[in-house]
Design a binder for this molecule. Structure first.
Ligand SMILES: O=C(O)c1ccccc1NCC(=O)[C@H](O)[C@H](O)COP(=O)(O)O
Length: 203
């Protein structure tokens, strides 16, 4: 996290999903959030978490955003917003054009939509799988709000992904890891530079 903050990223994410190698306990998350507060927005990633669970995260971690990565219905998102007064990013899994239809419905209640790739069959993780989708599907999307792109982004493909999708912001996980769940400072620096269209010295 320190490297990402030093690189001036806009948001940092904390995963609350026990099956994930990136899962953090509430106490570790509270510590990391204290490191990030005031430097980047704090995003708490959850998957179909109940209101009590979200309340505990809200109280102890004080995130700026909940990133909802499950099958949370629109009505639940509206309730979470009212109850917790945090911004909501709704992740939607995309593999074909028809998957974009839900974006308008969710866009009416969420503050931001995150388009991610559909998990490969057999994966227990709804996100963080390091797989991408056809970014050109998003090119002509007419959403009222700017959207974010994730799924299999790397230093090598991020500029093409931004160009093809028209995304206003991007999210990465596997592409800056040296092994599943272990972030790598050098990969983070290179990825941030590539996303900004900057060449890192020595390349
Ligand atoms: O990263 C996880 O393990 C995870 C677990 C449960 C829900 C969401 C999760 N990650 C979601 C993300 O925001 C990832 O950054 C996004 O899916 C992109 O991941 P990647 O393809 O690995 O870059």
């Amino acid at each position: 996290m320190r490297t990402a903050l030093d690189e001036g990223v806009d948001m940092v994410g904390l995963v609350f999903f026990p099956k994930s190698p990136r899962h953090v306990s509430l106490s570790a998350a509270a510590h990391l959030a204290d490191m990030a507060r005031g430097k980047a927005e704090i995003v708490a990633l959850t998957v179909n978490m109940d209101l009590d669970g979200l309340s505990r995260i809200k109280e102890l971690v004080r995130p700026d955003w909940f990133q909802l990565h499950g099958s949370e219905p629109v009505e639940a998102i509206a309730a979470i917003k009212v109850m917790h007064q945090v911004k909501i990013m709704k992740a939607l899994a995309i593999s074909e054009l028809a998957d974009l239809e839900q974006a308008h419905m969710y866009g009416a209640v969420a503050d931001r939509i995150l388009f991610d790739a559909k998990p490969p069959s057999g994966s227990e993780l709804p996100g963080g799988n390091g797989v991408s989708f056809d970014w050109t599907l998003l090119k002509d999307l007419d959403l009222a709000k700017p959207f974010m792109l994730s799924g299999g982004l790397t230093t090598e493909n991020v500029s093409e992904a931004i160009e093809q999708s028209g995304a206003a912001a991007i999210d990465v996980s596997s592409g800056v890891e040296r092994e599943k769940g272990v972030k790598d400072s050098d990969l983070i620096r290179r990825f941030v530079a590539a996303a900004r269209g900057v060449t890192v010295a020595g390349e």
